[in-house]
Design a protein around this ligand. Structure first.
Ligand code: GRF
Length: 213
């Protein structure tokens, strides 16, 4: 696996911990950041994982940046690519060669609230619940087929920060679990959408419960 980050890397840490605990039988061979200041790079280094910084500001176009990512991933013979707070919009140059082996996590109950400021939007809409969704990445921004979704309640007087903390806690459970399913070959992206154990996954993803393995 390779994990792509731009920031603090708490999901990256959840993957590092899941691998160390034997819950995820995979090797994180590379962590790539587009942001040289990403705190997550230190988490990778602490775990003895190779890191690369590929700074998008050094490339003229999105396509050239994406090609540099693809070259680096191919050089490392990466099978599965995990986007974990990677704050770049990807082009077909990147998505096409990794289609079906490229996952993202988004901090909302997709298809609600693609894009940014998801927690503020859920609060503004007076939603009763928020959450996170792991999905396959396709060309549509935050629009690829959902795999696994976890819900948390929105409590009276919650701020966006309160909600972000509650949602992050479930992100750290569902993202390594979805990757585990991929590694165990239980998860696949087909022309008909995302499948789990050969069955179609519902359009909002499998709903997380603590007994899921
Ligand atoms: C998470 O909220 C994730 O849902 C979104 O980016 C954030 C990454 O956080 N895609 P971290 O860097 O893993 O702490």
């Amino acid at each position: 696996m390779a994990i792509l980050i731009s920031g603090r890397g708490t999901n990256l840490q959840a993957f590092i911990d899941a691998c160390a605990a034997g819950e995820l039988n995979a090797q994180i061979s590379l962590v790539i950041s587009n942001n040289p200041a990403a705190a997550g790079l230190q988490r990778a280094q602490n775990a003895g994982i190779a890191t690369r910084c590929i700074d998008h500001r050094n490339y003229r176009t999105r396509e050239e940046f994406d090609q540099a990512l693809v070259d680096e991933l191919n050089a490392n013979e990466v099978n599965l690519v995990i986007l974990a707070g990677f704050m770049r919009i990807l082009t077909p140059v990147f998505i096409a060669p990794f289609l079906g082996r490229l996952l993202n996590i988004h901090p909302s109950l997709l298809p609600k609230y693609p894009g940014l400021r998801t927690h503020q939007r859920a609060l503004l809409a007076e939603d009763a619940e928020a959450g996170a969704t792991v999905h396959f990445v396709t060309q549509e921004l935050d629009g690829g087929p959902p795999v696994l979704q976890a819900r948390v309640p929105i409590l009276a007087n919650d701020t966006a920060e309160d909600l972000a903390i509650r949602v992050a806690a479930v992100e750290h459970k569902i993202y390594p679990l979805a990757a585990r399913w991929y590694v165990e070959e239980r998860l696949a992206l087909t022309d008909a959408g995302a499948q789990f154990d050969g069955k179609q996954i519902p359009s909002t993803g499998i709903q997380y419960t603590a007994d899921l393995r």
